[in-house]
Design a protein around this ligand. Structure first.
Ligand code: PLP
Ligand code: COI
Length: 341
């Protein structure tokens, strides 16, 4: 029986709270140490760390889910580990091996078991792994030392309302350059998205959607989630671009749409002046799960998909399938679930 942490699970949004223990491993002289669980949630690092000055860092996001039987499980942590390796390579940081990454996730969840929300609350335990360049360094070059850490926080919906439609606005800004770091989960992409996000929120939108940085004609993604649309003839469509962050939720939905819902799936260009081809649209990601898109504003006009207030039936089916797998109610494809024992 784990301790009572006194949280009202139904009131959780997506905000930080300190949990009991976090994992830290340090890289020095060409290797990672074994890593340890620590209580202190503050990092003691050099003022000259490359993570602070040159954005040499990357992060991940994944969740632990409580099943009906009370077990705890992770959803595709190997995919987060592999994506973090790609992000590390892109900004010249040492890779964290897949096994080390998964082992650290398991340690953190076990150590904070009391913070894994109960089945049925809809809330989850969000894990935030990250790698940062640390140590004394001044010139623009890779750091002499690194830290790999994971903390966890119980969370509710990322966008207010959870599975309720929200509206987005097309941004005039880019989040990534055509051959830049868009496909890597590095902090710089998010620093650049803060202003466009704030402008969107001030106008009453949940967030903005970025167009492709080369031609500004095609939908790329939402600030913290990928985009998908359901065509009038029931195809699942999601944009294909080298500057989009390859969402694990998105690839999972592509598989589920095809194999579980028998839909045709296409990964291709989505032109912003052809939104009429979709009867439904959504944003998907670990934090966002599936957030239905009510409408998208572009050049002063709001294009409404299914409805601004009701979830479309295909989006609902996709959500139920994904959610069912993540919480253990629907049989997952081989290898998608890792139990925390
Ligand atoms: N796109 C961006 C920019 C993100 O930050 C995220 C979140 O991780 C996603 C998409 C969704 O990716 P995933 O489904 O792997 O969480
Ligand atoms: C996630 O979905 O895990 C994200 O990283 C999105 C956002 C909180 C940055």
């Amino acid at each position: 029986m784990s301790k009572n942490v006194g949280i009202d699970w139904s009131k959780l949004g997506f905000s930080y709270m300190k949990t009991d223990l976090r994992y830290i491993s340090r890289w020095k002289d060409g290797k990672w140490d074994e890593g340890e669980l620590v209580e202190d949630n503050r990092l003691n690092i050099s003022e000259a760390s490359t993570a602070l000055h040159y954005g040499q860092q990357c992060f991940e996001g994944l969740k632990a889910y409580r099943t009906k039987e009370g077990k705890i499980q992770l959803f595709r942590p190997d995919e987060n580990a592999k994506r973090m390796i790609k992000s590390c390579k892109r900004v010249l940081m040492p890779e964290v091996p897949v096994e080390k990454f998964i082992d650290a996730c398991l340690q953190v969840v076990k150590a904070n078991e009391a913070y894994v929300p109960p089945y049925g609350s809809g809330a989850t335990l969000y894990l935030r792994p990250f790698v940062i360049g640390v140590g004394d360094n001044l010139g623009v070059k890779p750091a002499p030392e690194y830290m790999f850490s994971i903390f966890c926080v119980p969370v509710g919906p990322y966008f207010k309302g959870g599975m309720a439609p929200v509206n987005f606005i097309i941004s005039d800004y880019d989040r990534a350059a055509p051959y830049g770091t868009g496909a890597a989960k590095v902090g710089g992409n998010y620093a650049g998205s803060l202003l466009p996000h704030e402008l969107a929120v001030k106008k009453g939108f949940a967030d903005c959607i970025y167009l492709d940085p080369e031609t500004h004609t095609k939908i790329e993604e939402v600030g913290a989630a990928n985009f998908f649309g359901i065509t009038k003839d029931n195809k699942f469509i999601t944009p294909d671009s080298p500057s989009i962050l390859p969402s694990i939720t998105r690839f999972s939905l592509m598989y589920l749409a095809k194999e579980y819902l028998r839909m045709e799936v296409n990964h291709r260009d989505v032109f912003v002046d052809n939104l009429d081809e979709f009867k439904e649209a959504g944003a998907c990601g670990t934090a966002a799960v599936i957030t239905p898109i009510g409408g998208i504003e572009y050049k002063g006009k709001l294009h409404v998909f299914h409805s601004e207030t009701e979830v479309g039936p295909v989006t609902k089916k996709l959500y139920d399938t994904l959610y069912g797998i993540q919480f253990g109610d629907i049989k997952a494809p081989e290898g998608w679930i890792v139990e925390v024992k």
